[in-house]
Design a protein around this ligand. Structure first.
Ligand code: NI
Length: 170
């Protein structure tokens, strides 16, 4: 089932997610719907807040549905190690048309639970590292435009206000 993607400035996007405690069919269905919604919008990462649910759940697929091995679910994820630096453009399904350069760690190690509640660890480099940091930020209620300079943020917010006025940002 396709879910509605919430756009900035919906307040849920800045709400930290509650930890998931029940690993049941409802969770599985929700994660399936998140993947379907992300693929439909050609995204590579989606956090629960972006479909209106403040819970610590994110899905990532760098292949955008082309390679089943790239389909990843992270429940209650946390970054346990970070190193190096990356500075590259990011976009977000909650900010269509907006792309900004954001500084991130080049490598992260993340601990998370899978759909059965089993803990695992994963190392992310480059794009996966960036994507993990962007999505885990979402789960903390942190948006990428708050990781850029105030000047660039003002320009981006101005662009959004213009799109709102033109009716191209609902
Ligand atoms: Ni995002």
């Amino acid at each position: 089932m396709l879910l509605k993607i919430v756009k900035y400035p919906d307040p849920i996007l800045q709400k930290p997610g509650e930890p998931v405690t029940e690993f049941n069919d409802e969770l599985r269905k929700f994660v399936d719907d998140m993947f379907e919604t992300m693929y439909h919008s050609q995204g590579i990462g989606l956090a629960a807040q972006q479909v209106g649910v403040a819970k610590r759940i994110t899905v990532i697929d760098l292949s955008c549905g082309k390679d089943p091995a790239d389909k990843r679910v992270f429940i209650n994820p946390e970054i346990i190690e970070r190193s190096g630096k990356l500075y590259d453009e990011e976009g977000c399904l909650s900010f269509p048309e907006i792309r900004e350069k954001v500084q991130r760690a080049a490598h992260v190690r993340v601990r998370a639970q899978d759909l059965d509640g089993k803990w695992f660890e994963i190392d992310g480099e480059d794009l996966l590292s960036r994507c993990l940091q962007h999505e885990i930020d979402h789960l903390d209620g942190v948006l990428f435009i708050f990781r850029i300079s105030a000047l660039k943020r003002d320009l981006a917010l101005r662009k959004i206000r213009k799109m709102q006025r033109d009716g191209t940002w609902d």
